[in-house]
Write a protein that binds this ligand. Structure first.
Ligand SMILES: N[C@@H](CCC(=O)N[C@@H](CS)C(=O)NCC(=O)O)C(=O)O
Length: 263
């Protein structure tokens, strides 16, 4: 590896966890750093040089040369965020002057690291799993492992970075599961449910509208004071029914099954 300046060496690859550090370093502005792309498809993350920096062989990682003594290696995107934000006293309230707010930021960083991040990251893992076999847990058997994974994995089509071209095996598996009669039957059921919910909501809205009109006319009849009318309107707004239809974006239902692309 090249001669080190007193700067941050940042090792990355195209991936959301690496983007965190790109954003952080840009937010920190005055921090000098140099970026090194590691080609994870060629397995460069397992080179002896890189394993000295991150023994887990994962990106992102940074090496801080701007320290007294030995450079400090930092890995795990959350830890890199924390290390650099603390070092430059930015983007996290100071632990000494405001420990409560400092901890609140960490609450959410840890939440992201242990929940949202791994969940989406695992989709890529699913892609690798089904590269050499038809199904999640078996070469040729559909199992409850596929059933457990499919309802979440199907949302992959709304993520711009996980395209059919980049992850053909994942899309092939999704299409394979989607082609099962049980999935078609459930999709039909879900459509029906959505229609029923929409009808119920429309009816509720109509009823609510009628009630509101009745309230308004009776309040006029009873010549309510201005303050009372305002109160009843606020109450009416609060009781507008919340639609209970599926709030999640609809996944792309036109997944082409490139079954011939399995290897
Ligand atoms: N929890 C780690 C995840 C790191 C990770 O899985 N990085 C991926 C790219 S997003 C990687 O290096 N993959 C290469 C491999 O697993 O061989 C973090 O947040 O830094």
């Amino acid at each position: 590896m090249e001669a080190k300046l007193k700067i941050i060496e940042f090792y990355g690859a195209p991936s959301p966890n690496v983007v965190k550090i790109h954003l952080l370093l840009r937010e920190l502005r005055e921090v000098p750093y140099s970026y090194h792309e590691i080609n994870i498809r060629r397995g460069e993350q397992y080179s002896p040089d890189f394993l000295m920096i991150n023994p887990n062989g994962k990106l992102p990682a940074v090496v801080d040369h701007d320290v007294e003594g030995e450079p400090i290696s930092v890995f795990e995107s959350g830890n890199i965020l924390y290390y650099l934000a603390n070092k430059y006293d930015k983007l996290i309230p100071n632990i000494k002057t405001d420990p409560k707010s400092h901890t609140e930021v960490l609450n959410w960083v840890f939440w992201q690291m242990s929940n949202l991040g791994p969940v989406l990251g695992e989709l890529i893992h699913v892609c690798c799993l089904v590269k050499d076999r038809q199904y999640i847990a078996s070469k040729d058997q559909f199992t409850i492992a596929d059933i457990a994974t499919y309802p979440w994995a199907r949302y992959v089509s709304i993520l711009p970075d996980i395209s059919v071209e980049e992850f053909p095996h994942l899309y092939r598996w999704l299409a394979l599961v989607k082609s099962r009669p049980s999935v078609a039957e459930w999709e039909e059921f879900e459509e029906e449910q959505k229609k029923n919910n929409n009808n119920t909501n429309n009816n509720n809205n109509n009823q609510h509208h009628q009630q509101q009109q009745q309230q308004q006319s009776s309040s006029q009849n009873k010549s309510h004071t201005e303050a009372e009318e305002r109160k009843s309107l606020i109450h009416a707004q609060r009781s507008v029914p919340i639609p209970i239809s599926n709030n999640l974006p609809t996944p792309n239902n036109n997944l082409s099954p490139p079954i011939s692309n399995q290897t």
